[in-house]
Design a binder for this molecule. Structure first.
Ligand code: 5GP
Length: 216
């Protein structure tokens, strides 16, 4: 993994105590630590937005992978807009949304994409930026990219807030990455565990108690 491309969050030095941050009462016992505080996430997203504007060659179709990618998508698009209005390069944006379901709880399952043929045809000849929350094995993204390429886009780039350091990786690396994280199940900043924790601002490691409490 290229350390210059992202912030390397390692398990030993980046586990902040829950006591040092504001955590919603209903989640306190369900988490073991804060891995990436919200302020750090925002600062990193601002930088990724700047890189995207600098490197883009024309109008961008920014494509949100729902549901986990929605918070990163919203903040990234806001920062891209600020970069554009700060007198930088002008990058006209249009927004798209894709629903991808690949996990139930912690277990890797079959990847399902919600794209219709009509929706995919809209991508032809366009510069697409896919915005994803996390790359784990890389399976979801490889399948999504293969599907999109059938519709002849001009270019496809991927921004993922997180990439997991896992031996199960298929080697796929996105164009833009916020943080490389340890091989743990993380929640918060729209990443869920069985639909819980999307309303948590920080990216946190779920506790064993949390997994039991919110099991399906
Ligand atoms: P992949 O196909 O790369 O293995 O999995 C990608 C998807 O798995 C992500 O979009 C996300 O929905 C889910 N996922 C993988 N690891 C985590 C994790 O640590 N936390 C959460 N909330 N979702 C994860």
């Amino acid at each position: 993994m290229d350390p210059k491309k992202w912030i390397d969050v390692n398990a030993e030095s980046f586990q902040y105590s829950l006591d040092h941050f504001v955590i919603p009462d209903h989640y306190e016992t369900a988490l073991s630590s804060v891995l990436i505080p919200h302020g750090v996430i925002m600062d990193r997203v601002e930088k990724l937005a700047k890189l995207i504007v600098q490197e883009s060659t024309g109008p961008l179709v920014v494509c949100c992978v729902l549901k986990g990618g929605h918070q990163f998508f919203a903040d990234l698009v806001n920062y891209i807009k600020k970069n554009v209005t700060r007198g930088g390069k002008t990058v006209p944006l249009s927004l798209e949304f894709i629903k991808v379901k690949s996990y139930s709880g912690e277990t890797s399952g079959e990847v399902k994409l919600s794209l219709t043929d009509e929706e995919c045809k809209e991508f032809s000849g366009k510069n697409i930026l896919i915005v994803e929350d996390i790359i784990d094995t890389g399976k979801t993204m490889v399948q999504l990219l293969a599907k999109l390429k059938q519709y002849s886009p001009e270019s496809v780039k991927v921004a993922s807030l997180l990439i997991k350091k896992t031996p199960l990786s298929n080697g796929y690396i996105p164009d833009y990455v916020g943080f490389a994280i340890p091989n743990a199940f993380v929640v918060g900043y729209a990443l869920d565990y069985n639909e819980y924790f999307r309303d948590l601002d920080h990216i946190c490691v779920i506790s064993e108690h949390g997994k039991e409490k919110y099991a399906v």
